[in-house]
Design a protein around this ligand. Structure first.
Ligand code: ZN
Ligand code: ZN
Length: 165
């Protein structure tokens, strides 16, 4: 069965450059300290909104939260990652279990967990064509043995979902 090519889904999403600017401005506003590293989009992030990379101090964000309809979650996610970032650079307790982390997270109003995408069930399941890279977003889980890409008839792989579980 061919997977119907779906292009009508709202694909408006902020760019990596816009993301970088947003992280920099939130850092100055909420932490009174500059963000001097890179903010990147990581399409492999599945269950988290973002990630702080200890080794080189860059931040990674889940593209689901860069989409227009989920953008309202983004400041909370950015603040969460910046709490890791600034505490780690300052040599303080930067892990979730640390008191420094909990206090600063509360102070700046960061998200505690990756937000549940309730009311936005359409984007819960994310598939990508192994051959042409076409993305598909579906409300329900898809049998990838039965359905294939509507563009090139390639096989699909599951990228993410369900985030809202
Ligand atoms: Zn965290
Ligand atoms: Zn394809």
């Amino acid at each position: 069965m061919a997977f119907p090519a779906l292009t009508s889904y709202n694909n408006t999403m902020i760019s990596e450059q816009e993301l970088q600017q947003l992280v920099e401005s939130i850092s100055l506003e909420s932490f009174s300290r500059p963000f001097l590293h890179q903010a990147k989009i990581n399409r492999r992030l599945k269950t988290t909104g973002g990630r702080y990379q200890l080794s080189d101090h860059h931040l990674e964000f889940n593209p689901l939260f860069l989409k227009e309809e989920n953008l309202h979650y983004l400041p909370g996610i950015i603040k969460h990652e910046l709490v890791h970032y600034h505490l780690h650079l300052a040599g303080l307790g930067y892990q979730h279990k640390d008191r420094d982390f909990k206090l600063l997270l509360q102070k700046v109003g960061g998200s505690r967990y990756a937000p549940r995408l309730e009311g936005n069930k359409r984007s819960r399941w994310h598939y990508r064509c192994r051959q042409c890279g076409q993305d598909y977003w579906r409300q329900r889980q898809v049998n990838v043995k039965k359905y294939f890409c509507g563009r090139c008839r390639g096989k699909l792989k599951k990228i993410a979902g369900p985030l809202a579980k």
